[in-house]
Design a protein around this ligand. Structure first.
Ligand code: UD1
Length: 389
């Protein structure tokens, strides 16, 4: 039996924790395939290079034990059209040379969309992991990426029933929709014991940007908040970012010291809008470099409250049980919301609403919740489906 040629793609930070388990599940499958008389999967990993800082990219390959990519397209930053265009041009060459039977894309970043379009034009089948998520908000670049990718995909691996319903509503044939669960939870399960053993102080000692020289001893679990922020809608508009930062300095950090992991986009905008000095000199706000996966998971496990505009962190909070304030007007992950059994509450980016939601979320006990099939073995189900194609 000829091996099935599978090319998978990563581009930006949130992709790495989704591709790690897939690579391992393919290796496990191949280890057993010959004795079980099953089809081998020949795997080739492409990194588009959308994220390129070591802290945004390379550190994840080491800590999540992902093999070096077979090729890095080094597309780097740029406008959306530049990123997508450069990715398509470079990816077309790789596809036409390696000739995969399937291209597997994950998530909703520019790499996901660019590579699915290119693969289809090269008449290669596309499988999308994390298919069917919809915020119904076309001002979000990721929503466009999700819609285009799903429309072109031959196999749509979904994380939950909301995603299945969205795809059915769009007329996707039932035979293409495969509910497999959330592949990112595989990574979380595999890394939980290692993350639990990390000390919060050591994270701060290694990654603290400001306040410089501050005392980082004595951080107790449940006595701090964690913030991540990177969406253009939250950080690119001074009318949004300035009041938000004032709220963090004057109110939130006064109730709870806060660890803020800084995305490069956000750091640039804080500097551009003249906010850097005020944040960096606040002795209750601990600014840290973008963290590795294990360090971020450790902060999540210890936080009393997590505020974020990241989709992945909302999902991780459900499994860790940390009350989460989602700094967005909508979410493509409704399964994470309190009204659907999750731990997240939508708060937008307007200060009075965030304050109200914060008061409610502070009252909540930690409560873990796990939608069906978020069980740590999603990658095995994906590989099972691919191996019978
Ligand atoms: C991208 C994804 C988003 C994901 C996020 C996680 C798209 C459309 N967006 O947004 O879905 O949630 O990643 O991080 O694909 N930069 C660096 N170093 C890096 C990477 C980026 O300095 O390693 C800078 C870039 O120069 C740019 C800014 O950060 O100015 C934004 O990077 P970009 O890749 O355009 O988008 P993200 O906001 O990271």
């Amino acid at each position: 039996m000829k091996a099935l040629r599978v090319m998978s793609v990563v581009g930006a930070r949130p992709n790495f924790m989704k591709i790690g388990p897939l690579v391992r599940a393919i290796q496990d499958h191949n280890d057993r395939a010959s004795t079980e008389g099953r089809r081998l999967l020949d795997h080739y990993l492409v990194h588009t290079g959308q994220h390129y800082d070591p802290a945004m990219s390379q550190s994840f390959f080491g800590s999540l034990d992902i093999p070096e990519p077979d090729v890095n397209l080094s597309v780097g930053s740029g406008t959306h059209a530049e990123q997508v265009g450069r990715t398509m041009i470079a990816f077309e060459k790789v596809v036409s040379e390696w000739k995969p039977d399937w291209v597997v894309v994950v998530g909703d970043v520019n790499a996901t969309c660019a590579c699915s379009i290119t693969a289809k034009k090269e008449r290669v089948n596309v499988a999308h992991i994390e298919a069917g998520l919809r915020s119904f908000d076309l001002t979000m670049p990721e929503e466009i990426n999700r819609m285009v990718t799903d429309r072109l995909s031959d196999l749509l691996f979904t994380p939950d029933e909301f995603a299945d319903l969205n795809l059915r509503d769009e007329g996707v044939p039932e035979s293409r929709i495969k509910r497999v669960g959330n592949i990112m939870i595989d990574t979380l399960e595999q890394n939980l014991p290692t993350a639990e053993a990390i000390r919060i102080e050591s994270i701060l000692q290694e990654s603290l940007i400001a306040p410089i020289g501050s005392r980082v001893l004595g951080f107790e679990d449940r006595e701090f908040a964690v913030l991540t922020l990177h969406r253009p809608s939250n950080v690119d508009d001074p009318d949004v970012l300035i009041p938000l930062v004032r709220f963090l300095i004057d109110k939130l950090s006064v109730s709870l010291p806060m660890i803020w992991t800084l995305h490069p986009r956000t750091r640039k905008q804080l500097e551009r809008f003249g906010l850097w000095e005020a944040v960096a000199s606040c002795d209750r706000i601990f600014l840290v470099e973008p963290l590795g996966y294990l360090q971020m998971l450790r902060l999540n496990l210890g936080a009393r409250l997590l505020l974020t505009d990241s989709g992945g962190l909302q999902e991780e909070c459900c499994v860790t049980g940390t009350p989460c304030i989602t700094l967005r007007e909508n979410t493509e992950r409704p399964v994470t919301l309190r009204e659907n059994g999750g731990v997240c509450a939508l708060a937008g980016n307007e200060v009075s609403r965030i304050e109200k939601v914060m008061a409610e979320q502070m009252e909540l006990p930690r409560r873990q919740c796990r939608p069906p099939l978020w069980d740590g073995v999603t990658s095995r189900r994906v590989v099972e489906e691919l191996s019978v194609l």
